[in-house]
Design a protein around this ligand. Structure first.
Ligand SMILES: [Zn+2]
Length: 317
């Protein structure tokens, strides 16, 4: 599978085989078949195996079809796709957990964000897809048009309202995440990282905001930089995107050249911002740098912000 993106959760590793979604008989046979691979979810968390020894390595518990017996009657089942060997992959909601099942002791339900960097890239991507779908199902049980209950359909990729006939599809909420950069002719290029009050001590990141209705990606980028930091955008470059299932964002990474490095911070959003040279940005990515007695570090590789900063920091002068 071609790798389009450096980002965790991107690069879905199997064929989504979307043409099977509209075929309930195929889906039922695939789920009951011997090659079916099931992952279990409970309250938005995937069931991961306990690993002995190598604590930094985690893996998804891909279970044979019988695992659905532990999930309770008529659980929500998502069809994820078919791998290269032809094995269909599913994710199943286990409403009661597995504490009373034979799976008890094999592993546990865990927060995906905490475990993501210890999973294989393939497992992380599959679990992010399943998590985003489960989050959507959990909050779309009723029709937004008429208020009646809706039912999952097409392997979990749609909800249908029998009362009014409306079809509802999983939502994706685009977020612009941008690294402001300035050529700074006198002192050399700088990038700007900002701190939100909720960030861990010393962490500075790219700026971000939801794209609003009626707005292009570039306009959203320019508006957010103006609102949060008083920066005027001159040119916007696309870098990459990252699915971010908390609950349904698509992070769209941009590098934005701004006209001036003068900052006017909106303290409700950004409590502090710093301009870094490429060398300083590289230091912030790998352990942090010290300035005026303060530690400055960039987000870890789980976050698209890390890859934005890295891409700019490694550009030739
Ligand atoms: Zn309806």
């Amino acid at each position: 599978m071609r790798q389009f993106s450096p980002n965790t959760f991107a690069n879905f590793p199997i064929d989504k085989a979307g043409h099977h979604r509209k075929d309930p008989l195929w889906l039922a046979d695939a789920l009951a078949g011997g090659s079916a691979q099931l992952s279990l979810f409970h309250k938005g968390q995937p069931f991961l195996l306990e690993e002995s020894g190598a604590s930094a390595v985690r893996s998804v518990a891909w279970l044979a079809g019988a695992a659905r017996d532990f999930a309770g009657r008529d659980p929500l089942t998502l069809f994820l796709g078919v791998d290269a060997s032809g094995a269909p992959h599913f994710a199943v909601e286990a409403p009661g957990g597995v504490s009373e099942s034979p799976l008890a002791g094999m592993g546990q339900f865990e927060d995906l964000r905490g475990a993501a960097m210890q999973l294989s890239a393939a497992d992380a991507s599959l679990m992010a897809c399943a998590k985003a779908l489960f989050e959507w199902h959990a909050t779309h049980g009723f029709c937004s048009r008429c208020g009646h209950e809706t039912q999952s359909a097409e392997g979990g990729w749609k909800r249908e309202c029998k009362a009014c006939g409306a079809e509802h599809f999983p939502r994706v909420d685009p977020v612009a995440i941008m690294l402001p950069v300035h050529p700074h002719p006198e002192h050399g290029p700088r990038c700007c990282l900002g701190r939100q009050a909720r960030f861990p001590r010393g962490m500075y990141s790219a700026l971000a905001g939801f794209i609003e209705p009626g707005e292009s990606l570039e306009e959203a980028c320019a508006r957010e930089l103006q609102e949060e930091a008083g920066l005027v955008t001159k040119e916007v470059r696309y870098h990459s995107t990252q699915p971010w299932p908390y609950p349904s964002q698509l992070m769209i990474g941009l590098i934005a050249e701004v006209e001036s490095d003068a900052l006017t911070l909106d303290q409700d959003e950004i409590v502090e911002a710093v301009w870094l040279t490429r060398a300083e940005a590289r230091a912030a990515l790998s352990g942090g740098l010290s300035r005026d007695g303060k530690s400055i570090w960039a987000p870890p590789a789980l976050a698209i912000a890390h890859h934005l900063v890295k891409a700019w920091a490694e550009e030739a002068e």
